[in-house]
Design a protein around this ligand. Structure first.
Ligand SMILES: [Zn+2]
Ligand SMILES: [Zn+2]
Length: 240
């Protein structure tokens, strides 16, 4: 599996870098995970957006869905014979309904009680703790696994869900000194999660615009122990 980070900021894009979006490629299958602000533009540097085979959305906050509408226009203009499948949860019917657009895309529901096969990948979902319903994803192909926490506060269930993953992608929106009640993880929680889950590699993402990325990386590494931590600002393409 080849993972390409298309945007790694939380909340809003900044200086040419978008919010959450990850292109996952394998067996000629092109899958987009989250479709934040600036993601469609970046995606076109790697593949034609109309060569996507599917999109999976973790939740319906704008920093994960801002470019869905323009992606639908892109598909509409291309007059593709089949609509683009966009997978989303149905805990919010208004937003789920937007995933279907005549001549462009079709919304498909996922849930957290059975795996969903999408192309060559098996997806398992787990509800996270966030102000709106959001789902972490465990993606398996053969003996390789990628886990994406999506947006979430830290909770113990993440450790089991991420167990032994080859790559863990975490919502690391805060430095270590931001503690208390919050809807994202800080560097300490991301690093500790990676260590406790025994993952092979940690990718910190959903980063803040106001803290130097190198600082975020060094803090996460301190808590992850000997597990290598990478950040999308340095490493955009990761082979899993
Ligand atoms: Zn977010
Ligand atoms: Zn969110």
């Amino acid at each position: 599996m080849l993972l390409t980070v298309l945007g790694y900021y939380g909340g809003y894009p900044y200086k040419g870098i978008g919010t959450s979006g990850y292109l996952l490629r394998d067996d000629d299958f092109n899958l987009l995970i989250d479709c934040g602000s600036g993601v469609l533009n970046e995606l076109s540097n790697f593949i034609s957006p109309t060569d996507l085979n599917a999109v999976v959305l973790s939740h319906y906050h704008h920093d994960h869905t801002a470019d869905v509408g323009v992606l639908q226009y892109n598909w509409l203009a291309a007059k593709k014979p089949e609509p683009l499948p966009i997978y989303g949860h149905t805990q919010d019917f208004v937003n789920f309904a937007q995933l279907t657009s005549e001549g462009a895309s079709k919304g498909i529901a996922y849930n957290d009680y059975e795996p969903t096969e999408i192309g060559p990948f098996k997806f398992e979902f787990m509800r996270t703790i966030h102000p709106v319903p959001a789902y972490a994803m465990r993606i398996t192909k053969g003996d390789k696994t990628i886990v994406y926490t999506a947006d979430t506060t830290y909770f113990d269930g993440l450790v089991d869900f991420a167990k032994g993953a080859d790559l863990l992608i975490t919502d690391t929106n805060f430095p270590e000194d931001v503690t208390g009640r919050k809807w994202h993880m800080n560097t300490q929680e991301s690093g500790t999660l990676a260590k406790d889950a025994g993952v092979k590699r940690l990718l910190i993402s959903h980063l803040p615009q106001t803290v130097d990325s190198q600082t975020m990386l060094e803090q996460s590494q301190k808590y992850a122990g000997n597990i290598p931590v990478v950040s999308a600002f340095a490493e955009l393409e990761i082979n899993v």
